[in-house]
Design a protein around this ligand. Structure first.
Ligand code: GCV
Length: 718
């Protein structure tokens, strides 16, 4: 009988996944196809055959559903629900409050370490029966534990003596969608917005639940639905009822909804003549608006605000500062437990001498001036989500203010929808950087997890790369960046390598001959992109507006939107002098870091031209001139993409045809675009260097004029 069931399930899931669903990437990493190796499947089957879930709630129901789909799919056998532990092989799930049995096997002090969202997964013996328990202080903790158990089985880890205690390092783990109400997505490369505002609330797409499952599986617990370039309309009842419908779906999965607040909303939709944050009528307007929001969404998370930046309105329009603006909203949200995430990515209409310095200059003096429920949300670097930047100097510099990290998961400056670039190494580079705020060992991660300055309010945000493309993220490998963001948000010290390995195993295959080369390819991919786009510290030399492809020649318009402002190439050399002899941006860092960046001799080679303007013949540590090194870096980027192509092609027989061909085509585009980047940049900079392209670098086939005349009218994301 047992064999019959296994055969039945394997056949069912095979047909379901291959013929009905196809390998279109919709299932993300939550793929529950039968484990092919029968002996491995048998081991898990022995450990789990019966499910006892104590208590009742929508979240417990969701756990049951996920475990049934997951375990029956993976193990290829039927799972039985039971009301009590009768046999060995029982998976017992519950909080100690709901289950006396759980309370009797988990010492109460152990759950003190797991907080509201953590969990314990443990092999135990109950009345001489071998069981696995998942326990937590809340149903959401149980859900996270259930996803962890499924992950262990998906990645074929042993659960024979499983004993895991896990709790999130960061309290607010949020996606930021830059989705507009007309369903376009700013810097989105995966189709239109998932949120079908037109049909909500009457049609609630099943995708919303799958979105919530995916997020819960990696521990994301909040989502900002709308673009930071905000539309006040989302705060009207017409839209709040729609946002509430989404919140109703997400709640079961522990995900709170947040909105972006347009600072001028009291004027635009409230009929007031001012949005001055100190004006009593304005204060009253926000108070009643927030009261209204909580009527629709009782667990509303709060607001994300972009103010006085890139034309967005803000308190400075009324002579007030960022703290005055943020605090006004924070006071109105506080009674309901809501928070304000006030962005530090600011720049006004006056072009500064160095834009990289502006956020620090405006925010550092405000340290300690914010209400307790305000985060200052800081991008990882001081420029703007570049392929490589140093960590933002505000990290460590505002000890009295909780800082929320903002990473960009969508690849605005990293190949957009067509390049395979695994971003965990970029995230880690920033998190692991030492600010020296309190001496050696003051890494950015410690600022973010609150340990450096004793903050309880801790947060991390990722600008989402999700759209309505069938596979959610456009590029099949872009899913790994969503995954990596969530996993890191839970545990900042996870390695890029471990995250990649998990993702590959869950998304593609457990075959080591597939896992190893793909992992290697992913781990190198960010450096590869840096090399063919912006090596040696170059930055912001992308094409105008859409940022698709190279544009080092861009010199029109607002100075700090041009490329020439950032690379400063001339006959004398190249690079932005931010040393103490230049814009002095280095002085925004703590002395140890300042000293490191201040001299070209000690500055990391990878950031050289971000901090220094150096002669073309500057002698690099390699013994090559700067010019030759630059050209060789560009070329090595192209070479690495070609190696990625070779790797992928060699794996043809280990991947389904649909995803194999999809990735193969995208890698071909990436190769073409890497050549475009390399040749356009080398030809452009060569005008100033007046030096030949060194041996070992392919000579550009096209002319600089050709590249400068390329136009992309409908590039996505704008
Ligand atoms: C949402 C960059 C992007 C803008 C984005 C802005 C921001 O400038 O190009 O599209 O606007 O960052 O983060 O606010």
């Amino acid at each position: 009988m047992k064999h019959f069931y296994r055969l039945f399930y394997i056949t069912f899931f095979f047909f379901y996944s291959v013929f009905l669903q196809g390998e279109d990437g919709y299932r993300l990493w939550l793929r529950y196809d039968p484990i092919k190796d029968a002996s491995i499947a048998r081991e898990y089957s022995k450990a789990i055959s019966y499910l006892v879930i104590e208590g009742q709630s929508p979240t417990l129901q969701a756990i049951k559903e996920e475990l049934f789909t997951g375990l029956e799919g993976l193990l290829g056998k039927k799972l039985f629900i039971s009301s009590e532990v009768r046999k060995s092989g029982t998976l017992l799930i519950g909080t100690p409050h709901q289950s006396k049995l759980i309370a009797s096997v988990i010492p109460p002090n152990e759950l003190n370490h797991t907080g509201d969202e953590g969990y314990i997964i443990r092999r135990v013996i109950i009345s001489r029966k071998r069981c696995i328990i998942i326990s937590a202080n809340s149903d959401i903790g149980l859900l996270y534990g259930a996803f962890h158990l499924l992950r262990l089985i998906q990645t074929q880890q042993s659960i024979a003596n499983v004993n895991i205690i896990s709790a999130p390092e960061i309290r607010y783990r949020l996606l930021n969608h830059w989705d507009n109400l007309n369903r376009t997505v700013e810097r989105g490369y995966a189709g239109f917005s998932l949120w079908n505002w037109h049909l909500l609330p009457d049609y609630v797409s099943p995708r919303y639940k799958d979105y919530a499952r995916a997020n819960a599986s990696i521990g994301i617990n909040g989502t900002v639905l709308t673009n930071v370039n905000a539309n006040a309309l989302v705060l009207t009842d017409q839209y709040l009822i729609k946002a509430a419908a989404l919140a109703d779906v997400f709640r079961t999965y522990g995900i709170k909804v947040y909105l972006t607040a347009r600072f001028s909303a009291p004027v635009e939709i409230g009929g007031l003549s001012t949005a001055d944050p100190l004006n009593p009528q304005v204060i009253e307007w926000w108070n009643s608006k927030i009261k209204e929001i909580y009527k629709y969404i009782p667990d509303f998370g709060g607001f994300l605000v972009k103010a006085n930046s890139e034309g967005q309105p803000g308190p400075q329009n009324y002579g007030r500062n960022h703290a005055e603006g943020a605090n006004m909203l924070a006071r109105a949200l506080a009674p309901y437990g809501g928070i304000v995430m006030w962005r530090a990515f600011v720049y006004d209409n006056n072009v500064p001498e160095d834009r990289a310095k502006q956020a620090y200059k405006e925010f550092k003096p405000l340290d300690g001036k914010f209400e307790k429920n305000v985060f200052v949300q800081v991008k990882n670097g001081p420029v703007d989500f570049q392929p490589r930047e140093p960590f933002h100097p505000l990290f460590g510099a505002m000890p009295a203010t909780p800082l929320m990290m903002e990473f960009q998961i969508t690849q605005e400056y990293l190949g957009q929808g067509t390049h395979l670039v695994y971003l965990a190494p970029l995230f880690k580079e920033c998190l692991d950087a030492d600010t020296y705020a309190k001496g050696k060992g003051s890494e950015v991660a410690k600022v973010i997890n609150g340990s450096l300055d004793n903050h309880d309010l801790t947060g991390i945000a990722g600008v989402s790369n999700i759209g309505d493309d069938r596979n959610w993220c456009g590029h099949p490998f872009a899913q790994a960046n969503w995954y990596a963001f969530g996993r890191l948000a839970w545990n900042l010290s996870m390695s890029s390598e471990d995250i990649a390995e998990e993702w590959i195993r869950m998304t593609f295959s457990n075959n080591q001959q597939f896992v190893e080369p793909v992992k290697k390819m992913m781990l190198q991919s960010r450096e590869t992109a840096v090399n063919y786009m912006t090596p040696l510290g170059l930055h912001h030399i992308m094409a105008m507006h859409h940022h698709y492809g190279p544009g080092p020649w861009v010199n029109q318009g607002r100075a700090d939107w041009t490329s020439v402002y950032y690379h400063r190439a001339d006959s004398a050399g190249i690079g932005f002098n931010r040393s103490t002899r230049g814009s002095d941006a280095v002085s925004q860092y703590f002395p140890e870091v300042k000293q490191l960046f201040d001299s070209p001799e000690t500055c990391p080679k990878s950031l050289l031209l971000l901090f220094h303007h150096l002669p073309w013949d500057y002698l690099m540590k390699s013994g090559r001139t700067l010019w030759d090194e630059l050209c060789l870096k560009y070329h090595s980027g192209v070479d690495s993409v070609r190696n990625m192509q070779k790797t992928w092609n060699s794996l043809k027989n280990m991947v389904d045809e649909e995803r194999f061909l999809h990735v193969k085509s995208l890698l071909a585009i990436q190769e073409k675009e890497a050549v475009w980047w390399r040749d356009a940049c080398i030809l452009y900079f060569q005008q100033f260097s007046r030096r030949p392209v060194p041996p070992g670098v392919e000579k550009p086939v096209k002319t600089l004029e050709y590249y400068m005349n390329l136009r992309h009218y409908y590039a996505p994301g704008i």
